[in-house]
Design a protein around this ligand. Structure first.
Ligand code: ZN
Length: 267
């Protein structure tokens, strides 16, 4: 499968010239199997560029799009009203998420917060509360809970011979949630994980629901994951800070790097 990163920041879009290498859009990534279903994870502002890209390509494999939400904090939803396929007649978008996914999204995307209410968009929207694995063409997508304020879903995405795990917005709890994350990440070909907190910030940010690069390595090592992708970079980390995080992580784990906007990873 190909995994493309469209937004790799946490909390808020954060443009400044010293952040353009890794990018400044909030969470969005895409998984695509040759000729198969197109899966999208989160609709932070990164999804705006994905919509633009799809339009320029003539909307390939866009009759049905599958959009999975980790949770509903703004950095994971705010790009949706600007995602061009939402306005395309003939596109159906199946939106998967935690309980109340329909209520939460439709009550956000209404005037006066947003000029276009969801019922006025051109595409067909279908909402699915994600409780069990779903099979979509070559993919099986399995949700699991993460430790984050108001909760977050991680997703295991498996094809016949590949396994990717998307685990964003999660903080170690030193107990059952850590075990759940490790179990679901077992032998993953790629683990994409929240590395929001700097090491020096972790203590004072306890309870905010995020991890450090060292927490990510701990999970990858325990789970036997092959490749670790550090994602959800803090909005205030410039390119130098993200590069430093990457360099430190590489001293402790053989196959690790920091996600950047526009990266496509062949898994
Ligand atoms: Zn987030």
């Amino acid at each position: 499968m190909d995994i493309t990163f469209w937004g790799v920041r946490g909390s808020t879009p954060c443009f400044s010239r010293d952040k353009v290498h890794f990018g400044t859009n909030t969470s969005c990534l895409e998984m695509l199997e040759q000729g198969g279903e197109r899966l999208i994870f989160d609709s932070g502002t990164g999804i705006v560029a994905l919509g633009d890209h799809l339009e320029r390509q003539g909307f390939p494999h866009c009759d049905v799009l599958h959009l999975f939400y980790s949770h509903f904090h703004w950095d994971h939803i705010q790009g949706l009203p600007f995602f061009k396929p939402v306005y395309r007649k003939g596109t159906k978008i199946v939106i998967y998420g935690r309980p109340s996914v329909e209520t939460v999204l439709t009550s956000q995307l209404v005037p006066p917060f947003c000029p276009i209410p969801m019922e006025a968009v051109g595409s067909e929207l279908q909402f699915v509360t994600m409780k069990a694995p779903v099979t979509l063409g070559p993919f099986v997508v399995t949700p699991f809970p993460l430790n984050h304020p108001q909760g977050s879903n991680g997703y295991v995405v498996e094809t016949e011979n590949r396994k990717a795990v998307y685990a964003t917005d999660t903080e170690p709890d030193g107990g059952p949630m850590d075990r759940v994350l490790r179990e679901h990440s077992r032998a993953a070909d790629v683990l994409i994980m929240d590395s929001n907190n700097g090491m020096e910030e972790a203590e004072r940010r306890r309870g905010w629901g995020h991890s450090t690069w060292r927490d990510c390595i701990s999970v990858a090592r325990d789970a036997g994951a092959r490749t670790l992708v550090l994602n959800h970079h803090d909005a205030f980390q410039n390119d130098d800070a993200v590069r430093e995080k990457e360099a430190l992580a590489r001293r402790e784990f053989p196959d690790v790097f920091c996600a950047y906007e526009g990266l496509t990873l062949a898994v």
